[in-house]
Design a binder for this molecule. Sequence first.
Ligand code: ZN
Length: 198
Amino acid sequence: MEEFHLLTYPDERLREVCAEVKKFGEEFWRKVDALLERVREWRGVGLAAPQVGWNARVFVANTTGKPEDSLVFVNPQIEKQRGRVVADEGCLCFPGLSAEIPRSAWIRASAIGRDGKPFALEAEGLLARCIQHETDHLDGILLIDRMRDVDRLALAPELREMERRRPRQRRRRRPSRPGPGAEGYFSVFSFESFSVSA
Ligand SMILES: [Zn+2]
């Protein structure tokens, strides 16, 4: 099993623009499966490769929690988008923090799936929000970049605290999956939590 550890803000690796995937070998798919494993373990709606320090244009999504509904997006593109909807949105990389984020209400996206084949889908509601959030991660764009100024100001103390605490957190997290004591904490806020769908 691939060792993947969650990065949290302000880890600078979250700001990198991820590279397009060109090699689809065994090792690549093993890492994709590890992402799927982690998003389940962390009870996420979505998880992008850069969130675990993997610089690749890959994310996984699951808006129902059922294993059969897991989606893998490799080299995703948002081809079309329509409408606008504001809803509360969280991110694994910002534990305990959420804000109202405007997103397109409807999107058409294409990507390469877990079977290695290209696919396209149309989505609205939670899945549309998730795909936009995760695609942002691949370009180094984070929740705080999408917040209204008023929310960013209101959350400034928490953000400063995260910036201050970072070195200690990184030590504590190694080797790092959420430990038993962190479980309750993670169950509330860990996931890319999108509490309202359009
Ligand atoms: Zn996120």
